[in-house]
Design a protein around this ligand. Structure first.
Ligand code: FAD
Ligand code: NAI
Length: 512
């Protein structure tokens, strides 16, 4: 009985603890604290971008030490791992957006935000030129922002490799607007295919969803599309059931090159079961408004050209360097051999500059351009800036103590000050010993449809690694992503969306 009573109390205590935690976070999120104002004695730190890298930095940065300015055309943080789920309405887009205003209002010192794009970084004059490209503009829509320190976290743009027709006819999957566009187009294709007197050939074209790129973006989108078809479309629009087709086109011999061989095979087999056609060794060469032209490498090495009609085309072939980054690279001779982005040193300082750092997809490091890398780099830079500020503060104190020691007359006072200087000197050298950035790979996860996911996970800092795929991995994928969503509000919204979809199906049948 004692044990039962103990367990009962423990349950109550945990429930109470959980409730208190929830209540505190709800209260805290709705009641931002008083903030410190601009301090002219502090350095100005300008952060470009509001993505994984920049926001991870901002969240951990002690803003008391700097006047911080954030510049980004996007006034929210986007949780990209769940973006493919927004294309079919499994998750609502607002659930994975976190307002930047919420984040900056919770910092100790007020952070200035400008909704704008950095159009040029002048490394020599130490200013960033910014432009407001939003629909509504004031009399001033272009200006310059000076900086003492600059962090470039502008991410990357979609790679098209200059293939004609891609920008005009394909949808991408990087931003929230992309997911919304796909969402609209899928349903538009379906409603148009069922238009009166539509020919069979045209129906087939309209209902052919083609995805180019067998990286994780293309794979996850294909999985979501399959679920939408199987769980909703098949039931509500039965006339299209035998014609709806998903094809994934990949130039390399296999999809998901970053995963282990077993998981690649598992994914390809699952796609076969899901009736998703995977066409490897097939490179897209040209895109028109209704078809793609591909070059297929056959088993004997011969290359054959083919035209593939499509209704919806989603282009997911990785990253390219943004214009503003390319321009900065052009200003710096130290960057002349870098191709994939800004070359940085072990502390993420942009090669050839002083006081300019870069992180995430716009920097060129030995790591893959992932959210995991960008957020760890953001955390690293926050530690670096916090320790730089502490170093500065201690150096100022040391200077003052030294002045006092020189002015002191009594031996006792001199000895006391010397001891204090030595003590502070020791803590200063400890703070200065910040080791270079080191990435700790936690593993890779991808959703592949039909309630299955694949995972190459490193446990305990890489001591144990496991490669798994299936339904259990899918549950792991869900819990891992929900725990990674930054705020409690978004976590609750994502969970509610999943429940809503399970209970009532997807909202996507409405074409808004
Ligand atoms: P981003 O997050 O892209 O942020 C860039 C920011 O810069 C944005 O706020 C943008 O508006 C802003 N910006 C752009 N131009 C300018 C400018 N000129 N001036 C100022 N600001 C500018 N990675 C994983 O590790 N796991 C996953 O599961 C995963 N899933 C993904 C799913 C999808 C669909 C996609 C597209 C990517 C996924 N990734 C994933 C990759 C991950 O999203 C990126 O690696 C990550 O976003 C990079 O972070 P970043 O801060 O460098 O750039
Ligand atoms: P990617 O670079 O990983 O894959 C792009 C694929 O497109 C490549 O396999 C390439 O061979 C193929 N390709 C290129 N040109 C082609 C052409 N003309 N015709 C046919 N195929 C062509 O790009 P992706 O998927 O957009 O990912 C970008 C980054 O984001 C990667 O680093 C990835 O790891 C990360 N990411 C991670 C996710 C996860 O961990 N779940 C999800 C989504 C992205």
């Amino acid at each position: 009985f004692r044990t039962i009573r103990f367990l009962w109390r423990l349950t109550w205590l945990s429930a109470l603890g959980g409730f208190a935690y929830l209540a505190y976070h709800v209260y805290d999120s709705k009641n931002p604290p008083e903030q410190l104002g601009f301090d002219p004695t502090k350095k100005t730190l300008v952060i470009l971008g509001s993505g994984w890298g920049s926001i991870s930095l901002l969240k951990k940065l002690d803003t008391e030490n700097y006047n911080v300015i954030v510049i980004s055309p996007r006034n929210f943080f986007l949780f990209t791992p769940l973006l493919p789920s927004c294309t079919t309405g499994t998750i609502e887009h607002r659930s994975i957006m976190e307002p930047l205003r919420h984040i900056i209002r919770h910092k100790k010192r007020a952070v200035q935000y400008y909704e704008a794009e950095a159009t040029k970084i002048d490394a020599e004059r130490r200013v960033v030129k910014i432009s407001d490209f939003s629909d509504i503009k004031g009399t001033v829509s272009e200006t310059e922002v000076p900086f003492d320190y600059l962090v470039v976290g502008v991410g990357a743009e979609n790679a098209t490799f200059g293939i004609p027709g891609v920008r005009e006819h394909a949808c991408f999957l990087k931003e929230i607007q992309d997911a919304q566009q796909i969402r609209k187009k899928v349903m538009d294709c379906i409603e148009t295919a069922t238009f009166k007197d539509q020919t069979e050939e045209e129906k087939e074209r309209l209902l052919h969803m083609v995805i180019v790129g067998g990286g994780p973006t293309g794979i996850e989108f294909a999985g979501e599309l399959h679920d939408f078809f199987e769980e909703d479309l098949r039931k509500w629009v039965p006339d299209i059931a035998d014609k709806f087709k998903v094809t994934l086109v990949e130039a390399l011999p296999n999809v998901l090159p970053m995963f282990s061989k077993a998981l690649i095979e598992y994914t390809e087999k699952t796609f076969k079961d899901e009736n998703i056609q995977v066409r490897t060794k097939t490179m897209v060469k040209k895109v028109t408004d209704r078809s793609i032209e591909v070059e297929v490498t056959q088993a004997d090495g011969n290359k054959v050209k083919e035209t593939v009609p499509y209704g919806l085309l989603v282009w997911a072939t990785g990253n390219a360097v943004r214009g503003v980054v390319r321009d900065l690279m052009g200003q710096l001779p130290a960057q002349k051999n870098s191709r994939r982005g800004l070359a940085v040193n072990d502390y993420l300082v942009v090669d050839g500059t002083e006081g300019i750092w870069s992180l995430g997809d716009c920097s060129a490091t030995k790591y893959a351009p992932t959210a995991q890398v960008a957020s760890q780099q953001g955390n690293f830079l926050a530690r670096l800036f916090n320790s730089m500020a502490r170093t500065q503060a201690i150096e100022n104190e040391l200077y003052q103590l030294d002045q006092m020691r020189q002015a002191a007359t009594g031996e006792e006072e001199k000895a006391r000050l010397t001891a204090e200087i030595e003590h502070k000197g020791r803590s200063l050298s400890k703070i200065k010993q910040l080791s270079p950035f080191e990435y700790s790979h936690q593993g890779s996860l991808a959703y592949i449809g039909a309630d299955r996911a694949v995972a190459d996970i490193n446990w305990f800092g890489g001591v144990i690694s496991s490669a798994t795929g299936g339904e259990l991995t899918y549950l792991f994928w869900r819990s891992a992503y929900v725990s990674m969503v930054f705020s409690l509000r978004n976590r609750i919204l994502v969970l509610t969306d999943w429940l809503k979809t399970k209970a009532f199906g997807r909202d996507d049948l409405n074409r808004i």
